[in-house]
Design a protein around this ligand. Structure first.
Ligand code: NAD
Length: 360
């Protein structure tokens, strides 16, 4: 097959890690007989430097003309970078929010996987981490509390702030379908997380998710209150496959889930809309403290490229080849600085990309 991929190199370590992901994609294409064409797109600080704004109409249009976009992280050091002298709407992060909105990316997928070889980085007790875990948080990204009406005003002489948590059934149905689709590609389990004992929005959420579940008899659905889920993620993360949840709950739970893996340089993510298009990026930031030093771990970006093959291009075997190569490199004892442990071989960014590409 032929695919057109937008590449956003981004800021800080972004260009280094995206180059390695492209190397691995090219090797995968060569091995499996595909062809990927790339279009470089500007976003964030790199776009400010050229155009004075973090996102241009051209970038949005060019991204729309691609099948998928692979992105490094954007942003700089807020204390020293001139980008942060600009007003908030012109700073790098505004570009990221802008492109997510322009492309209607309502579904955010963040896998949290504990590699056997990296178990010593896991902050959980050994008897819990021994079971390992492999879960994915499906977070609704464009609705709920962060997008509802808000105001701060004086009421009877007292300052009062209001935020609105609103979801309609269409918004819930489309994210629920995404979660069930993804569960079919995994272990066939969805745990929908809400606060239906208190919130109306959660009661509607639960009702719609149950309706959607009827179309997926092969997927097992369960429900969990968000406070319980926060506990279960540290007590027994192995129980979860896909966790489906609304925007704010997902914001908090996905950070919790990624931190229990203990390895920020390993965490991939995807943001999807209702076509096959997706924006794929590592979960970490642009790490300006190590930029340009060949120290960054490219694995989160390489695994994001694997997600792109699976979810945009439906190339499951190719995605597994990349994930298998990452596992093999870790088994062979190679580590970048962030995941280094005694007895392993220290590896720079470029070498890590080479080692993974060699194992495809
Ligand atoms: P960060 O994730 O960039 O860095 C936190 C720490 O983790 C640093 O010590 C860094 O060196 C390390 N680290 C991160 N990724 C690594 C990797 N691949 N390999 C090795 N070490 C890695 O978070 P931060 O310092 O809070 O933010 C830096 C910049 O990134 C800010 O401008 C922030 O706004 C931006 N940011 C962007 C995104 C995004 O593009 N989606 C996400 C988060 C933060």
């Amino acid at each position: 097959m032929n695919g057109k991929i937008g590449l956003i190199f981004g800021d800080g370590i972004g260009p280094e890690i995206v180059r390695e992901a492209k190397k691995v994609l090219d090797r995968t294409a060569e091995k499996f007989g595909h062809r990927f064409d790339y279009k470089e797109l500007l976003l964030g600080g790199a776009s400010i430097d050229v155009h004075g704004v973090p996102l241009t109409k051209e970038t949005v249009e060019e991204a729309k003309a691609c099948d998928a976009v692979l992105m490094g992280s954007i942003g700089g050091d807020a204390k020293t970078s001139p980008w942060y002298q600009l007003e908030p709407s012109k700073r790098p992060e505004a570009g990221l929010l802008g492109i997510r909105k322009a492309l209607n990316l309502f579904a955010n997928l963040r896998p949290a996987y504990l590699y056997e070889e990296l178990r010593s980085s896991c902050p959980l007790r050994e008897d819990i981490s021994r079971a390992g875990f492999d879960l994915l948080i499906m977070r609704e990204l464009t609705g709920g509390l962060y997008f509802g009406a808000r105001k701060t005003e004086e009421v009877d002489g007292v300052m009062t702030a209001v935020d609105t948590l609103s979801y309609n059934e269409l918004e819930i149905r489309r994210i629920a379908k995404r979660a069930f689709d993804v569960a079919q590609k995994r272990r066939g389990k969805v745990c929908s997380v809400d606060k239906a004992n208190v919130l109306d929005s959660s009661r509607l959420w639960r009702k719609v998710v149950e309706e959607v579940a009827k179309d997926y008899p092969d997927v097992e659905l369960s429900h969990m209150y968000v406070d319980n889920c926060a506990m279960q993620l540290v007590m027994n993360p192995a129980q979860f496959d896909v966790i489906l949840t609304e925007n704010m709950f997902g914001d908090i739970l996905s950070d919790e889930a990624s931190m229990v893996t203990g390895s920020i340089g390993m965490l991939s993510s995807a943001s999807l809309n209702d076509t096959r298009f997706g924006l794929y990026e590592p979960s970490h930031g642009s790490a300006p403290d190590i930029a340009g030093q060949n120290k960054a771990n490219p694995i989160a970006t390489i695994l994001s490229a694997a997600m792109m093959l699976r979810y945009t291009f439906d190339l499951d075997q190719e995605a597994e080849a990349i994930e298998g190569a990452v596992r093999q490199v870790l088994k062979d004892g190679y580590r970048t600085g962030d995941i280094m442990t005694e007895g392993c071989t220290y590896t720079g960014t470029v070498q890590m990309g080479d080692l993974i590409a060699e194992r495809i």
